[in-house]
Write a protein that binds this ligand. Sequence first.
Ligand code: NAP
Length: 454
Amino acid sequence: MIHSVNPYNNEIIKSYQEISDIELQNTLERMQLEFENWKTQPFSFRSSLMKKAAEVLRKKKEEYSKLMTLEMGKPIAQSRAEIDKCAWVCDYYADNAEKFLADEIVQTDATKSFVTYQPLGVVLAVMPWNFPFWQVFRFAAPTLMAGNVGILKHASNVSGCSIAIEEVFSEAGFPEFVFKSVILSSSRVKDLISNPIVQAVSLTGSVPAGKSVASVAGSHIKKTVLELGGSDPYVVLEDADLSEAVQTCVNSRLINGGQSCIAAKRFIAVKEVYDKFTEMYVDFMKQKKMGDPFDESNDIGPQASVKLRDELHEQVLRSFNAGSKILLGGFIPDMKGAFYPPTVLSDVKPGMAAFDEELFGPVAAIIKAEDEDDAIRLANQTVFGLGAAVFTKDLKRGEKIAKEKLNAGSCFVNQFVRSDPRLPFGGIKESGYGRELSVFGIREFVNIKTVSIK
Ligand code: NAP
């Protein structure tokens, strides 16, 4: 059985029976059959269903928001915003998929040559719990619009969301086997990837999960897109608007209880502003309230589970023992749920857990740099490369740093890194490869086919 546990009170919400091997095989075979039909449907048909999926999401926003908050503890206002964003990505690909995948004529010696984008078949999505709806919809909207069919193995602690997402597509009128959620433990993902019906895999999750999935898929020569962890650096230069920088840095660190791959994690301030930045950071962080995620006055709820909370605390302790200072938080509160308070570590240096590892929770690591070059060197001194930001009033300077110097998939100036359906999203190094969203996302799971006619 797979249990969904409410992290606010550690009580089991519901237990789920895993799908049997026979049922799974049957589902895959039905999906394979459905693919032969779905891929022949015109874009206008697929698009009308995807628009309906957006309508279902908007209509049932409150129900789905509550489910997310219940299963993983995200503040309810952030759950509502997540559902709105899912509806947006459905509309976006409903409106743009045909244009993104239109045939492209290429002049050659032949009578006619062109590039065409053809769907691959059954695509597996292995997804995390932190944005239970968004991660799935940003996979599903482009993948289904391209003519593929999708099978979802969601994180075990959000099985309720997994089932609800399948319902969105079914209520929108999608044929039954275009999108299926299956409840199974991660130990069975290997067999699923190896199944000859599965053509490709998209995984969003941790680096260990990414390595495992990519190696199994690689041994079967199946395409993967990996969206993995991050330790995003935010560089604060001496000419930054400190008040704006502090607010943005704190808010980015705390979004989703700090459990976001693109949450800012390391704050690198040059020495001229380090002390002031640190003082203002702690003051602003102190104002953030932790508590019941259904109470809209709270900024953060519990962490997703006690196990993850305890792992986070252990990283804080290791950083402290290695010489960083704890300026705020840094303890396990006397509360029933998986709570961890907003925490600020200063004097963080390479070699400490807070610098080298991903801290998936409301813990900020503040780092001192000598100057711009040193700050950029420290920012890039990581195995990750998902997002990065720089704060400066000189927009030309900021643009040059974002474009040429910071090594990450998304580099922002004077704002926090966020995903947007119109812009590609993904990482380099151990943050993964491939891109989601925009025109790039929809071209990941297609055969980019050359046709040439003499
Ligand atoms: P996780 O433990 O890696 O789990 C992600 C998914 O992979 C779950 O469905 C999980 O199933 C499955 N899984 C775990 N180990 C596996 C394995 N060895 N083989 C196959 N599947 C496996 O990650 P998480 O704790 O849910 O999510 C947090 C991580 O995701 C963080 O590192 C975060 O940075 C990253 N993330 C990245 C992005 C991005 O876009 N780059 C976005 C969000 C999150 P079970 O739940 O059944 O174990």
